[in-house]
Structure formats: structure tokens, C-alpha cells
Design a binder for this molecule. Sequence first.
Ligand code: G6P
Length: 611
Amino acid sequence: MLARAMCGIVGYVGTREATPILLAGLRRLEYRGYDSAGIAVCNGEQAHLVRCQGKLAALEKLLAEKSPVGAYGIGHTRWATHGRPSDENAHPHKAGPISVVHNGIVENHVELRERLIASGRVFSSQTDTEVLAHLIDEALQAGAASLVEAVRAALRQVTGAYAIAVLSDRSPNVLVAAKNASPLVLGLGKGEMFIASDAPAILEQTRDMLFLEDGDIAELDHSGARITDLDGNPVVRKPRTVTWTAGQAEKAGYPHFMLKEIHEQPRAVTDTLAGRLLPDSNDAVLEDQEVTPLPSRVVILACGTSYHAGLVGKFLIENIARIPCEVDLASEFRYREPVVGSRDLVVGISQSGETADTLAAVKEARARGARTFAICNVVDSAIPRASDLVLYTRAGPEIGVASTKCFTAQLAALTLLAIHLGRRNGALAGVAATELVAELMQIPHKMSETLKETGDLKALARKYQNVRDFLFLGRGPNYPIALEGALKLKEISYIHAEGYAAGEMKHGPIALIGDGLPVVIIATRGKGYDKVLSNLAEVRAREGQVIAVATKGDTAILDQCEDVLWVPDAPPLLQPMLTVLPLQLLAYAVALARGNDVDQPRNLAKSVTVE
Ligand code: G6P
């Protein structure tokens, strides 16, 4: 099971004061989310909620003024997916006696909310989580025999991913925890129990842990946990003693955040598509937003890795929606007296949402009358705030400076946008629509397969760690992936690397080939395959060393290259979400072999808020 980095949860039930324990846990979880935080602590009468927008320090300040007293409680640090970061949207969420913290996405929250409102319930936040609190409260009012029974009744109505911790004012010294697709672990203390999104939050308290599995519901009191499934059947899970240090545990056992984030990509793409890609109607919805009127042109603006996602976006939008699309570097666009107007949709792509050049370019386009659309990973950051429409990638916080999971999540978001536009203007219909949506649904699985198959690339890295230059070649939608592969390598290994359109090789870069220059060629099956094979032969003829990224089963390529990195077959437009993976792993392995600081490479910053 891949870790899902979106929000952190803690819980405590025992005999000590809960507040300091929850706070210590949240400090360890802040890397999972940091736009708001909160706790609910109960002394057996009424839960006391303290929550606020901002980093944990803001919550700590509030708690320093008045700290709630009680021996059971829950806490949360948030990374927004639904509803902007604000005091009201911070967890825990309360309905009647119920307090809930949640990590994940309730996919059917819109219909559930409508039903609950129709039955007279009043909502005080925009989150999908508040729906859970109301459902549990409703089940109790309808006569559920216990808190755990009410949680079961509520979860049976929910589709999506969740890890939750629940307490009730009326069930003293009891917590209920449940998990489906988001991680959750129980800590077994002596006369006390802990809940956490992952081990680092509670390592200081206990090393005896019980990892819940999908569909598990646990009822906890100070003496232990009773685990059942959604129907109430008992389930047995074996506790484990965890030997990781807290630092290792934060990275879920991976040596670096970058490697962890590379492996989180199938999950990031799944989450970005969740509830938006509609397989029943072969359509994509953009969170209650419609791009109307349909644009006559799309202009994509971004920097760095996000710019490379934009270049793939051009292929997606032009091929799927048949709308002309231009891609520009934000830093160039803003100073160029750009020609944009009311018939254009200007798409700003940014992981951080704060990149100064992208922000200025989006504002410039808007001032010239264009409709602006943000694709962004940080809810309510500057670029979405400056845009008319927004589609959030749900990659969770990205900590490694070299962007990986945000890139593939951006590709997923751009595919949704292309499908949305194509369905509305009729360019995408019939069998083509059915096939595209079905293929897109397969991508997260194929990504997992690719990561598994590629492995750690240590041997390959040893072979090339001391070279001076690298060349990356690709065609069509894989041309931007050649650029991204080169960018990843130079960012963290400090080896000079260039990405080129394979067809341009003969117009310059061919002069570089010789003396064993490593050339990474994306040579997957599809349009242009034969042409790439000719490029490959040209490199070989000049003593270049070819590392090919090829389609699994393409044995013909084997005797034409030094090394092959395999990816599963996929339609060319969707291949970039696969072909980039071995290139990220290659950059990582080479940087590691050279002894570099992978997560914080020299001179680079995660978010560039200067020009
Ligand atoms: C910096 C980061 C890159 C990123 C670029 C754009 O240079 O190091 O990883 O691609 O900014 O950032 P954005 O947050 O706008 O995607």
C-alpha cells in the first residue's frame, strides 16, 4: 500500500492529558499538510475544539492561551483538498456530539451533503469531512447502539478514500478509527492507545504498532482495540514492533522524500482523477465549473517542470479537444506584449501556486481579457486566487525540491481538462471517448507496474555517474518528457543534460555524439516509433551509448541499445505519465551515486517567488 500524503491524523485515549500528546504527534506530521490544524479533546462531558488556519505554530499559540483538559482526543494537520484553508474548514469537524478528523476524499460528498441539508442539517464548512460527522450523528439519532455502530452505518454510505478518527461527547474514553485507502496505524501503549496517519507521529510514545487495513474499523479505549469490518465481523491484525527512527518513518522508510514521492505517483494520479473522471458517461467534470463559452484557443503558462507538463498539455488539448493550444514560459510571456483576449482560455500551471513569473503572467492575461484557469497543488495559493477557474491536483505536499508527483498529477489534470473540452465541443465522442477514458483509468496501475519493474537503477547509475553530459531524445508527447528527464538529471546530479526533439537531432546535437555519450531515447510504440528507431541507429553508428525507454515486449529493440527501461503499452497521449517514471528514477540513482543531497539540491528552491 502506498502512503498517501494528504493531511495528518492523531488520536489518544488513556489516563494522561491528551492535548500535549496530540500536539507532539501533530508536530511530527506537519510534513503531511500544513495549511491548518486543530484538536478536539474531551473530559467526558463536552469535546473542546481548538482549530485554526495556518501552520501548527498558530494552533500552538492558541493552546498556550487555553489548553483543553481531558484524557481522550483527536488532532489533525490539514492539506486542503475541498474548501480553502480557513478556520471553519480546519478539522476537527463537529455535528452534535460527534467530532471527526479525516484524511482522504469523500467522492460522493456532494450528493450526501444535499441529502443531509434537505433533512434539515446545517453545515458550517465547505469540507467533504463535515459530511462524515453529520452521517455519524444521524446514525446515532436513528438509534445506532454505539459510536462504532454509528460509524459503520455512516461509512457504508460513503465512497472514496478515508482515514478517520472519531470521538463522541456521549461515549466517554472511547475513540473510533477507520481506514480505506488512506493510511492509519494504532499505537499500543500500557493502559493507553494512540492513532496516527503514520508511525512517526507516535514513535516517541510506543513502538508497538498495529497497521490497519482497508475496510477496518477499530474501537479503542485505554485497554486496547477491537477491530471489525464494515459489517461488524471481528478482524484479527497482528501488532508489529517498529524499528525505524522518526526521520525514517516520516519518509515511510524511504531514504529520501524524492524517492517516496516518486512512489506516491500512482496514488497522486488516482486522487487527481477521483470523482472527476466519469467512466459511466466517458466525461470529465471540473468540480462544478464549466469552461463556457468554449475557448477558441488555449494558452498554457508555467515555469520549470510545470512548463513541461504544459507542453504535454498541448498534445492532449489539440488531439482530444481539437482546440489550438500554445505553451509559453511565464517569464517570457509576461514581458512580450502577448496577444490574448476574451476568446482565449489561459491555463496557469504551478505546483506551489506562488511562482512569481507564473502569477504575473496569469494576471497579465486576465488584464487583457482572457479567462484564466489554474492547475495547482496548493489550495487557495496566489495563482488559483488570481484565476477565474481552478482545478487542484491532489498530489499532497511535495517536499523533495525536484518535482515528481506534482508533475504526473498535472498531466492527469490536463487530461481531464482536454476530455472536458472535447466532450463539450463534440471533438471527443463515441468509441474514441470510451477507449480514452478506459485507458486513463488503467494508468495508475500501469504506473505502479512501471515503478516496480524499473527498480532502483543502481547498476545503471554506477555506469554513468562520472560522465560529463547526457542527451535525452523523444518525439510527440514524449518530447516534453525528454526535456523533463534532462531537467531532473541536471537538477539533482549536476550533470549537464539536454533534452531534444528526436527529429532535431540531425540539426545540431548529432555533433556531440561520440566517445560514449549516453543518449536516453524514448522509443515507445506508437506514431513516430520507426523514426525514433532511425535516430537510435544514428546514435549507435557514432559510438553513442543508448539507454532506451521502450514498450514492454518490444524485444526487437534489445540488440540496438546498451540498456532498456520498460514501460507498459499505452496510447501515445497517455504515455508521458509512464515514460517519465524511469527517468525520475534514473536521475535519483545517478544523484545518489554521486553523493549529492537529493532532496535539497544546491542553488535550487522549492518555490520561486522572485523574478
Ligand atoms: C522551481 C522548482 C521546480 C518547479 C518550478 C515551477 O524552479 O524548483 O521544481 O518546477 O519552480 O514551480 P511551480 O510551483 O510554479 O510549479
